[in-house]
Write a protein that binds this ligand. Structure first.
Ligand SMILES: *[C@@H]1O[C@H](CO)[C@@H](O)[C@H](O)[C@H]1NC(C)=O
Ligand SMILES: *[C@@H]1O[C@H](CO)[C@@H](O)[C@H](O)[C@H]1NC(C)=O
Ligand SMILES: *[C@@H]1O[C@H](CO)[C@@H](O)[C@H](O)[C@H]1NC(C)=O
Ligand SMILES: [Mn+2]
Length: 438
């Protein structure tokens, strides 16, 4: 009798254990199911924009993202173009340093002071100048999947010089597979130079019909200008560029492939240096991880040994420099774009980077994608800002995304404690809504 009783009890215990196990499995599956509904856009007020409503491609309020139809790899190099470029000679060709004759001294001086770089020399260099292929040798053999997403390029500018602005657009059109570039938006942040109005519109409609100018009524800064361009974009991927850049050989496929394979991956190109005085094109270095100190100054740290050994494969980077990157349009809006409460410039690269990593995405640097950038000698324009807008931006980013680490920033910048960050409700809701995805 006792044996039977014991046996019965044991079976009951086993049954309980089984029930609990089944319940845990069911709960886990339920969570997984709800985790797949993450593409729902937040209903923040700035999404009531009709431009963005157009992006809701289906009735479930989801922004669809690109899915490749083929994973077959192909060689995307344009060899006839590479061959043609290699033969070119002339000022600035092959990215070699150039200079102006002494007789141009007065003009050089004038265009230097309004641009912070040698605008007069830029005017002597062809828009379609050739660039040296300074990529890691491994990039020449690399293939990328044949099914890649379409791209809208967004280039904010304020009083940019004519030829540096056009060379940015030209280099993108020239060195990209034609069918992948749907449009380039040059977002004019209330420039005052006369040639950037009708002359620019006329030139573009005649020579580069894919390039459109979007005009922001009042000077509103980099962040607002980028958002204005992004809102109009109709492609799968947004590529943000600065307004005095040059895209180098086969730059686009390495940016797009990681996004095609996982739309929550954000990819930055290597940023090369175009010298502000000679327009020489050269490497900054052979890659670095993005970082920051506790005053939120941007820093570059050595690439990890494991990534160094894996070159030229893309490697993870904690924060982007901010000016040049590619992101899935769907993911950008899923993350709420930039916080529209950020003013002018500053902190937006941290905001986006923190969001990417904290909301289920990741960020890569792609060594085989290189874009040159003119680092100005000095900033020629006054800030349009009102008070310490950078401090206010940092405060917003720290309050929403940095938790107890915000204290490190405030210790070094005690004045930030007294800056009113403005309303953070929308941003905090966004974080709460997206955060549990990890
Ligand atoms: C290669 O480059 C040439 C010259 O720029 C261009 O005409 C041609 O369309 C390009 N080919 C492809 C496949 O992109
Ligand atoms: C490059 O631009 C020059 C004018 O600056 C033009 O003569 C030439 O045909 C262009 N070459 C290509 C390949 O577009
Ligand atoms: C632009 O600024 C002017 C004057 O400061 C103001 O009256 C106008 O409402 C502003 N326009 C927009 C679109 O913000
Ligand atoms: Mn710049």
């Amino acid at each position: 009798m006792v044996v039977i009783r014991r046996c019965f009890l044991r079976i009951m215990r086993l049954r309980n254990l089984l029930t609990v196990t089944v319940m845990i499995i069911m709960l886990y599956m339920l969570k997984r199911l709800s985790n797949t509904q993450v593409t729902v856009l937040p209903e923040a007020s700035h999404f009531q924009d009709t431009q963005i409503d157009m992006k809701f491609h289906n009735h479930e309020n989801k922004l669809t993202h690109f899915v490749p139809i083929s994973l077959k790899k192909k060689d995307w190099h344009n060899y006839s173009q590479i061959e043609h470029e290699r033969k070119r000679v002339g000022p600035g060709e092959q990215g070699k340093p150039a200079s102006l004759p002494k007789t141009d001294g007065a003009l050089e001086e004038k265009l230097y002071s309004v641009n912070g770089f040698n605008g007069a020399l830029s005017d002597k260099i062809p828009l379609n100048r050739s660039l040296p292929d300074i990529r890691h040798p491994g990039c020449r053999k690399k293939k990328y999947i044949e099914s890649l997403p379409t791209v809208s390029v967004v280039v904010p500018f304020h009083n940019e010089h004519w030829t540096t602005l056009l060379r940015t657009a030209f280099s993108v059109l020239y060195r990209s597979p034609e069918h992948l570039i749907k449009e380039i938006f040059l977002v004019d942040d209330a420039s005052t130079k006369e040639f950037l109005k009708k002359d620019l519109d006329d030139y573009l409609s005649k020579h580069m019909p894919k390039v459109k100018v979007v005009r922001v009524a009042n000077r509103s800064g980099l962040i607002t200008a980028r958002l204005a361009g992004a809102k109009l974009a109709t492609s799968d991927v947004l590529v943000f560029l600065d307004s005095h850049t040059e895209a180098n050989v086969n730059w686009l496929p390495p940016l797009l492939e990681p996004i095609a394979l996982d739309y929550r991956t954000v990819v930055c190109p290597f940023i090369d240096v175009i010298a502000y005085d000679t327009f020489e094109y050269r490497a900054q270095d052979e890659g670095a991880r993005g970082a920051f100190d506790w005053e939120l100054f941007y820093k570059r740290l050595p690439v990890l040994p494991k990534d160094e050994a894996n070159m030229p494969e893309p490697f993870e980077s904690p924060v982007m420099a901010g000016g040049l990157f590619a992101i899935s349009t769907a993911f950008f809006w899923e993350l709420g774009g930039y916080d529209p409460g950020l003013d002018i410039w500053g902190g937006e690269q941290y905001e986006l980077s923190f969001k990417i990593w904290q909301c289920g995405g990741r960020m890569l640097d792609a060594p085989c994608s290189r874009v040159g950038h003119i680092y100005r000698k000095f900033a020629p324009f006054p800030n349009p800002g009102h008070g310490d807008f950078v401090g206010k931006n940092y405060r917003r980013v720290a309050e929403v995304w940095m938790d107890e680490y915000a204290e490190y920033l405030y210790k070094r910048r005690p004045a930030y404690r007294n800056i009113d960050p403005g309303d953070l409700t929308v941003q905090r809701d966004l974080r709460a809504r997206l955060h549990w995805k990890i």
